[in-house]
Design a protein around this ligand. Structure first.
Ligand code: NAD
Length: 358
């Protein structure tokens, strides 16, 4: 019996996580769900969208599955998702992008896994508003120490990339490659321009790669990588990227395999792991039993693998593949015509999968 923190989230989160809970239980693996609400409604009731009890629960259970959470604009608090990743030091964002037969996509045979660094780079949140004391101090300091001038009316975001942060994300990518019998890891960067941040990322990646002689290593400049992924996605296997490029390239890769409805994800650290779809809360569809639950269900497949339940994960993945291939019990976004009146509901997709789990 696994005790797992279940965060339904808001918007369409509760509907899709309920679908995921039902299919995960149908695999026969025993779960005890520690349900922890977070997000918009919780903010109204408890004054914070992410109460301490949610963090405590994940620390207790080590593993969580989560629905998306809306980041309200203009309320002054940071994204719950970013706070969770930082508080629990979930430094690897893992996003597999695999084509399923029958999914609406331009490509076949794609099987990529993206490792995005989750804690540093331009996402570290170290920013200085135009005309602020901080921005002025940085402009002065840069002038003094390098003789370079930054325009006075600039806003500034800092891009820290460390040996520590790079070493652990590249190691995570190689460990994954070894464990899952992957052939190649590609480090993606812009080291030709940002020599001391991306250059360091590349240097550390090369050093880590030497410890894994059984796995091929190469590096690619991020702009070239984007073109290559569109032209020859089959050439790539595991990609490891700093935070910003990882964010952008993982959406590009999700687009290659059929869109956000099919893009699962995991945020993993040394102690805790939180599994969630790549997409957001799609609030306009809230309560309609309409959106695609497959991304969060596929995140559940990743969770089963993380728990060591490989056989149950394979059975669930096969049931999902069979539903997609048949193309009948899929939601509107996966139908050739999105207005198809025969599109399945969120709960209908879960029922179809459950009926096929062997
Ligand atoms: P979104 O992913 O919620 O929705 C964008 C569009 O994608 C939707 O309008 C819908 O057409 C489609 N879509 C998304 N999920 C779908 C699904 N399961 N099935 C079918 N179609 C789907 O992105 P957004 O509108 O930019 O963000 C809405 C809110 O979600 C924002 O507040 C954002 O901050 C938040 N968000 C949360 C997370 C997270 O919790 N990890 C991630 C991204 C965005």
């Amino acid at each position: 019996m696994y005790r797992i923190t279940l965060i339904p989230g808001d918007g369409t989160g509760p509907e899709i996580t309920e679908a995921a809970r039902r299919v995960l239980e149908a695999t026969g693996v025993g779960f005890e769900w520690d349900i922890q609400n977070a997000g918009e409604d919780v903010y109204k009731e408890e004054g914070t969208p992410l109460p301490e009890r949610v963090i405590e629960s994940i620390k207790r259970n080590k593993v969580a599955i989560k629905g998306p959470i809306t980041t309200p604009v203009g309320t002054g608090f940071r994204s719950v998702n970013v706070t969770l990743r930082q508080t629990l030091d979930l430094y690897s964002c893992v996003r597999p992008c695999k084509t399923y037969k029958g999914a609406k996509t331009r490509y076949e045979g794609i099987d990529l896994v993206i490792f995005r660094e989750n804690t540093e780079d331009l996402y570290a949140g170290i920013e200085f508003q135009k005309d602020s004391e901080g921005a002025k101090a940085i402009i002065d300091t840069v002038r003094k120490i390098s003789g370079r001038s930054i325009r006075q009316d600039s806003g500034i975001s800092i891009k820290p990339i460390s040996v520590f942060g790079t070493e652990r994300i590249v190691r995570a990518a190689f460990e994954y490659a070894r464990k899952n019998k992957r052939r190649k890891v590609t480090a993606v960067h812009k080291a030709n321009i940002m020599k001391f941040s991306d250059g360091l990322f590349l240097e550390v990646a090369r050093e880590v790669a030497r410890r894994y002689p059984d796995i091929e290593f190469e590096d690619k400049i991020v702009d070239n990588m984007c073109m290559q992924l569109v032209q020859k996605p089959g050439l790539y296997d595991v990609l490891v990227l700093p935070n910003l490029y990882g964010d952008i390239v993982s959406d590009l890769a999700a687009g290659l395999v059929g869109g956000l409805g099919l893009a699962p994800g995991a945020n993993i650290g040394d102690e805790y792991a939180v599994f969630e779809a790549t997409h957001g809360s799609a609030p306009k569809y809230k309560g309609l039993n309409k959106v695609n639950p497959l991304a969060v269900i596929l995140s559940g497949v990743m969770m089963l693998r993380h728990l060591g339940e490989t056989e149950a994960a394979d059975r669930l993945d096969n049931a999902i593949a069979s539903v997609i291939e048949e193309g009948k019990d899929v939601t509107y976004d996966m139908k050739p015509d999105p207005d198809d009146p025969g599109a399945a509901t969120t709960s209908g997709v879960a029922d179809a999968i459950i009926s096929r789990i062997t």
